[in-house]
Write a protein that binds this ligand. Structure first.
Ligand code: SF4
Ligand code: SF4
Length: 355
């Protein structure tokens, strides 16, 4: 049995207002929000974009979808969680400030903005899953408490998970700080001494104070490192690297199990929306936006695994080459295949195009 995934196609660089009208027409014509009951608190989970990024899903789409949720009697709100890495999004205060600067204030969305994991990323609840790695996962408490969830994701390439879309937005993006650390714990980078210029940038960015300067080069103390990857971004000299072959599968498998926890705690009261517009080489945490494929459209499904599988296929079809050639050359289908292995969601989909 195949899972339905709906595609609302767009032309390249189509104005956001037109994309929004098309998506509204599609969502309003079906029963996509029928899972919302009166007085349900409905979390719209997205990524507001790190400072200097451009790819994030635009606020007007949330205003439109929030209004549809209200028509069902729901109480919609916008939400995200703190990052592990240092930056404006690693606690609630500057995270909300940045979101507002990116246009996610109430005046543009009509939605209150509530950080799902509290002021400092540590408000969490455990959700039990029958995983291979985890028996329970640590999620942001408001993701668990909200009665309904709409996961709105921007499809991008990703330096560690191959691509980022619904599963990444759920697995990593809905985890508490401890949940995120557990996912990253196996990925410990190392310094390539010959390339290190001792500039010290990585020391300043490391949130765990795990880097010291020893004998003219940076050195990472593995016992302190939480595997957040921040130092890779900070180093401009390619002097820090991961042993990807040892980490990518573990990281992606852990992301998928956390995503399973998110889906499980909603018990079907959820909808998943992927934007295949402004698809970039890197995720919305990274500066240096580079579009890698013409705009494709917006995809909607009740199954995040089917949705991500369809999204990945569409991007590769449109580009005429694998994502590894457009973004990072790392195995990028682990999320989909691992979900299939553990029985989470359905990667077999039927694509239904809605003009
Ligand atoms: S050394 Fe470890 S904890 Fe510090 S920035 Fe790098 S990955 Fe993160
Ligand atoms: S940022 Fe790179 S070059 Fe600078 S100290 Fe760290 S590892 Fe060395």
């Amino acid at each position: 049995m195949k899972e339905n995934v709906y595609l609302i196609p767009v032309t390249d660089n189509e104005p956001d207002i037109e994309v929004c009208r098309k998506l509204e027409g599609f969502l309003a014509s079906g029963d996509f929000f029928s899972f919302i009951q009166p007085r349900d608190m409905v979390a719209f989970k997205t990524h507001f974009g790190e400072e200097g990024t451009q790819g994030f899903v635009r606020p007007l789409h949330f205003k439109m979808m929030g209004a549809l949720a209200r028509q069902r009697g729901g109480l919609p709100f916008l939400t995200d969680t703190a990052t592990l890495y240092t930056g404006m999004r690693n606690q609630a205060v500057s995270h909300i400030e940045l979101a507002q600067r990116h246009g996610f204030g109430y005046e543009n969305t009509g939605l209150p903005l509530i950080m799902a994991d509290g002021l400092t990323g540590d408000e969490e609840l455990a959700v039990e899953i029958p995983g291979r790695i985890y028996r329970s996962v640590k999620l942001a408490s408001m993701i668990v408490k909200a009665q309904a969830l709409v996961v709105v994701s921007h499809f991008t390439g990703h330096v560690a998970s191959g691509f980022g879309a619904a599963l990444k937005n759920m697995g990593m993006g809905c985890a508490s700080r401890r949940g995120k650390m557990e996912q990253h714990s196996t990925a410990k980078p190392a310094v390539k001494k010959k390339k290190c210029t001792a500039c010290g940038a990585c020391l300043k960015w490391c949130p765990a104070r795990a880097i010291t300067m020893t004998e003219g080069a940076a050195r990472i103390e593995k016992a302190l490192c939480i595997g957040c990857g921040e130092c890779l971004t900070a180093c401009r000299f390619d002097a820090i690297g991961y042993n990807w072959s040892a980490t990518y599968e573990q990281l992606q498998s852990k992301i998928v199990e956390h995503a399973w926890g998110v889906a499980a705690c909603k018990g079907g009261k959820a909808l998943y929306v992927n934007f295949l517009t402004r698809v970039s080489k890197d995720c919305d945490c990274m500066s240096g936006y580079r579009k890698i494929v013409p705009d494709i459209g917006v995809l909607v499904s009740r199954d995040p695994v089917a949705l991500d599988a369809a999204s990945l296929d569409l991007v590769e079809q449109r580009a005429g080459q694998p994502l590894t050639a457009l973004s990072y050359d790392i195995p990028h289908r682990v999320q989909i295949e691992y979900a299939r292995e553990i029985g989470f969601g359905n990667p077999d989909y039927q694509l239904l195009e809605k003009p």
